[in-house]
Design a protein around this ligand. Sequence first.
Ligand code: PXP
Length: 236
Amino acid sequence: MLLGVNIDHIATLRNARGGIDPNPIIAAEICEQHGATSITTHLREDRRHIKDDDVYTLSKTLTTKLNLEMAMADDIQKIALEIKPYSICLVPEKRQEITTEGGLDVAGQLEKVTEFISPLLNSGIIVSLFIDPTKEQVEASAKTGAQFIEMHTGTYSEKFGTQEEEKEFQNLKNAALLAQSLGLKVNAGHGLNYENVHRMHEIPNLHELNIGHSIISRAVFYGLPEAVQKMSNLIK
Ligand code: PXP
């Protein structure tokens, strides 16, 4: 499995003082040097962490791949078409949320999603849809033309170590198998940490995990190189 590191929290910390430190571009470089196979960042409508300049710079400086998380917003689509990241991951976005809550409702807006991703696909950008691990959302995703889904692992992570863990894990496994049978490649992410990530190995052919919060939290105490390397070793 590959490791995409989400660097949004670095930008949140930088923005706390409005200056340039810590620099997310340097953070991305360190992540790449210590096992990240891609860098993920979410350009939100309110630009609360990563800003346009960061994304433009990352698109030039990364030596691995840029995975741009974005909502279905025309202005962000325009930026994506200009910088051409390796991939985009389409997420739902609510202004008041602390982090991405729930997956994108592809089934409920199949036509809209299909139309929105069409120019991105036509320009050679790989498209992934961040969805809850349900049959309905997987089947709808397979109809859009997107090459990937990213399964929302938030509920699994929340229930890890409880009686409900197994049920949530099986939901992920079943969704991944269904997606693969429909020709989709499968990523996963949200809430994964050093304790719960090992079960991702039980899901066949998972391509990449996108992890942010736990890695940056560990980095506060042990440094970013150690935090990325440790996660990279766990998922290899
Ligand atoms: N994948 C997606 C689509 C996300 O929105 C996020 C959170 O920004 C993540 C993965 C990473 O989640 P976490 O920060 O909990 O590791």
